[in-house]
Design a protein around this ligand. Sequence first.
Ligand code: HEC
Length: 130
Amino acid sequence: MRKTNRFLMVLSLAASSSLWAATPTELLNGYATAAGAKGQPDKGQAFFTSTHGKEWSCSSCHTKQPTGEGLHASTRKVISPLAPAANEKRFTDSAKTEKWFRRNCNDVLGRECSNAEKADVLSWLMTLKP
Ligand code: HEC
């Protein structure tokens, strides 16, 4: 294979995989840009640990200290830590992150979370050290 062809192939593989693969910082930048505001860790913590008119808060399953394991409030299944510093798989797959934001925000708020709320939560999670 000619050198330029190999280069183009590597380039297109990298471009297609970057659709899904990400880093927590890239995802945070994406939410913050979409929201037009920087994530605020204090607001994220308050949002995460409070209820929003329904039975559960985010902490009901992920605990108030999400550097540790959580426990699903209804199935009692163990949930691995949500903070990226405690779990290197977290916030590295935008499709997975989006799927769970959608599902969990719906359970806790009865609607999807806004980009600003996602930026706040993720910016708080990124301050936590195990
Ligand atoms: C009823 C239990 C429950 C509640 C309440 C809950 N979650 Fe989750 N969450 C889960 C489960 C189960 C998973 C997926 C299993 C896993 O990834 O370990 C998950 C995964 C996630 C992920 C995926 C992270 C990634 O990229 O790997 C995010 C983000 C998340 N939750 C955010 C939230 C937020 C924000 C709230 C509050 C609005 C919330 N969760 C409330 C159970 C819950």
